[in-house]
Design a protein around this ligand. Structure first.
Ligand SMILES: NC(=O)c1ccc[n+]([C@@H]2O[C@H](COP(=O)([O-])OP(=O)(O)OC[C@H]3O[C@@H](n4cnc5c(N)ncnc54)[C@H](O)[C@@H]3O)[C@@H](O)[C@H]2O)c1
Ligand SMILES: CC(C)(O)[C@@H](O)C(=O)O
Ligand SMILES: [Mg+2]
Ligand SMILES: [Mg+2]
Length: 332
């Protein structure tokens, strides 16, 4: 079993007198800036332009500044702009002001692992990768908890990079849960794999396809939504809290029998083979190449994918069903 670092294994001491620049104020940026500030650290928010993120940061009580000003005035620079934007921000806004002994920090290993950013040897490079979406990182912290994270060191110029990574993980709330050490390679490849075949790609496609099968067979879309999409949260919550065994104990014997048989029929060896192909594509760097090319073309697959989802029947029905089910959700 990997060593799990918890609150008592980490101290804020190595970073308590440092100034931290959080670049980007989106999903993770907002969570990190707020959690680190609430943990008593000095945080500057650096942004490219005075747009929406700027307004949100101001309404959260920050005085956002242009990226280069945040970099000039900080010791630790945290990259929380989108992965495809990081190398431009690094090249244009960070490199000109980079001083020996500064820290470059990431929430995902993509740019370092695929060598889109190649920092000089005279800085520390490390990562704290929360294993959950940004708004949850903030929500759990604000309620006294924390989302688990992975930490990794790529360059240890100061000799203190790991301790600083743990300190940031603590300030983020991650050591309230538990933190495990990894490498940039392992985090990058597993994170991409998980979000592609399972968390974002696989689960979404599984739910939507099941919904479509029921609707095409003539069942009411609302009933199909309850069955194939809405109830997923309750099943996943049971797995999250009690494991697969706990979930299986909570469902009927009929569901267990049908699940064991049909589950393996649908998600079969062929699907596993294709998952392995997806992993190979990530490991070989082909996915990274393709994503960079797609981004450089204006990310049409992303734009069209978002439109297609937003306009889909399941999303329209979902808006109505979510109102109903959120009304019944216990208030906490
Ligand atoms: N979203 C998550 O929950 C999550 C989880 C773990 C790790 N990560 C990692 O965290 C990092 C940040 O991801 P995110 O999803 O929080 O980002 P995001 O897409 O939410 O980032 C938005 C921020 O970046 C700024 N931004 C967007 N385009 C820009 C551009 N062209 N130039 C400059 N700034 C721009 C926006 O104004 C905003 O402040 C990534 O490395 C990602 O892989 C994200
Ligand atoms: C939240 C996720 C999917 O775990 C993260 O990896 C991301 O890229 O947004
Ligand atoms: Mg990811
Ligand atoms: Mg992830």
């Amino acid at each position: 079993m990997a060593k799990v670092y918890i609150d008592k294994d980490a101290t804020l001491d190595p970073i308590k007198d440092k100034t931290i620049a959080v670049l980007g104020y989106g999903s993770q940026g907002r969570a990190w800036a707020l959690n680190l500030r609430d943990s008593g650290l000095k945080v500057l928010v650096g942004l490219e332009r005075e747009g929406n993120s700027w307004k949100v940061a101001e309404s959260d009580g920050f005085n956002p500044m242009h990226t280069e000003d945040a970099v000039k005035n900080s010791d630790i620079v945290i990259f929380l702009v989108p992965d495809m934007v990081q190398r431009y921000v690094y090249r244009e806004r960070v490199v000109p002001y980079l001083r020996d002994g500064m820290d470059l920090v990431f929430a995902h290993g993509f740019n370092i692992h695929y060598k889109l950013i190649e920092p000089p040897k005279t800085v520390d490079v490390y990562m704290i990768a929360p294993k959950g979406p940004g708004p949850i990182v903030r929500e759990y912290f604000a309620k006294g908890g924390g989302v688990p994270a992975l930490v990794a060191v790529h360059q240890n110029y100061s000799g203190k990079a790991f301790e600083k990574a743990l300190a940031i993980a603590k300030a983020l709330g991650a050591t309230r849960a538990g933190v495990i050490e990894t490498t940039f390679k392992e985090e990058t490849e597993t994170d991409l794999f998980g979000e592609q075949v399972d968390l974002v790609g696989g689960i979404t496609q599984l739910m939507r396809t099941a919904f479509q099968v029921l609707v095409e067979a003539g069942y009411q879309p609302e009933i199909a939504y309850y069955e194939t999409i809405n109830e997923m949260k309750m099943i996943v919550d049971l797995i999250y809290e009690k494991g697969f065994t706990g979930m299986l104990k909570a469902v009927s014997e009929t569901a267990k029998y049908g699940g064991f048989t049909a589950g393996k029929y649908v998600i079969n060896e062929d699907v596993k083979k294709r998952m392995k192909e997806v992993l190979d594509r990530i490991r070989s760097g082909k996915f990274a190449e393709e994503w960079i090319e797609e981004y450089n073309k204006g990310a049409p697959t992303l734009v069209n994918g978002m439109k297609e989802v937003e306009n889909s029947l399941e999303e329209q029905v979902g808006r109505q069903i979510r109102e109903i089910s959120l009304r019944g959700k216990p208030k906490s």
